[in-house]
Design a binder for this molecule. Structure first.
Ligand code: GLP
Length: 255
């Protein structure tokens, strides 16, 4: 795991976006895993600007969302498919057909989950998965206690996540969907590269556990320690609980 610590989230987002652009230079048409939440906003904005400058295109790429709310009106602006449309479709060359999101409307969520895993396999797997992290250590919507080998599945949102996401639903917890379909931890771990971003003091404990904690489903993101290619990009507030900062900086500077 490589940990990059930056003064600002803008700087970290730029480094993350440049990693994606250089992957696309080496492998045009690379498949991306795309996260929602507010963390990747800066990274997506940087990608949109770089696309405008003609530096890359996702025209030949597929993008797979990490997750989707179950039961949300498909026209709701906070349905993750709509969030990702606004962030990426058109503005990065990504087409509507190449944006894949779990079907939160499916009558049979288990079948929809299995189909989603299969569609990732059929696409040849994810080359680079963008990730945020929940304050409780979730990735995607893999909440504490989930199997670290889980495949795409339906789950309940943790109370903490409902509180955290209320800001997208008029600050009203009652309006936050209670369930989701999410790529499983096992699914996420099959991506060839993982790029996780985390900003702000609210994420400091989750980042501490992610980087330095024992692997445990209490903090699902800790399993990322077992992946061979993970880059974690954080600002100083999110890094504030890390013990071995000097080592991470030295390792980062080696490249
Ligand atoms: C959300 C999403 C995750 C995201 C996380 C953090 O609920 N399901 O994919 O990484 O929680 O969100 P944010 O980036 O808004 O802090």
């Amino acid at each position: 795991m490589k940990v990059g610590i930056f003064e600002t989230s803008e700087e970290a987002s730029r480094v993350g976006a440049e990693q994606i652009i250089s992957l696309l230079e080496k492998k045009p048409g690379a498949t991306l895993g795309v996260a929602t939440g507010s963390t990747p906003d800066g990274l997506y904005a940087y990608l949109r600007a770089a696309y405008k400058e003609g530096r890359f295109t996702l025209a030949d790429s597929k993008a797979f969302a990490l997750d989707e709310y179950v039961g949300i009106d498909p026209d709701h602006p906070e349905a993750y498919r709509n969030v990702l449309r606004r962030q990426l479709v058109g503005f990065t060359g990504l087409t509507e057909e190449n944006l894949h999101t779990p079907n939160g409307q499916a009558a049979d969520p288990d079948a929809a989950a299995a189909e989603y895993d299969q569609s990732i396999k059929d696409a040849g797997g994810v080359d680079l998965q963008i990730l945020g992290i929940g304050a409780d250590g979730h990735v995607g919507f893999n909440e504490p206690g989930i199997s670290l080998a889980s495949r795409t599945h339906r789950d309940a949102l943790a109370p903490q996540t409902i509180r955290d996401n209320a800001r997208f639903f008029d600050d009203n917890e009652a309006k936050v969907p209670r369930a989701c379909l999410t790529q499983g931890i096992g699914t996420i771990m099959e991506a060839r590269q993982l790029l996780l971003l985390a900003f702000g003091e609210n994420k400091a404990e989750a980042v501490k556990q992610l980087v330095e904690g024992a692997i445990s489903s209490r903090w699902p993101a800790t399993i990322l320690q077992a992946h061979p290619s993970v880059t974690v990009l954080v600002d100083e507030a999110a890094a504030s609980k890390l013990e071995l900062v000097d080592l991470y900086r030295a390792r980062w500077d080696l490249d």
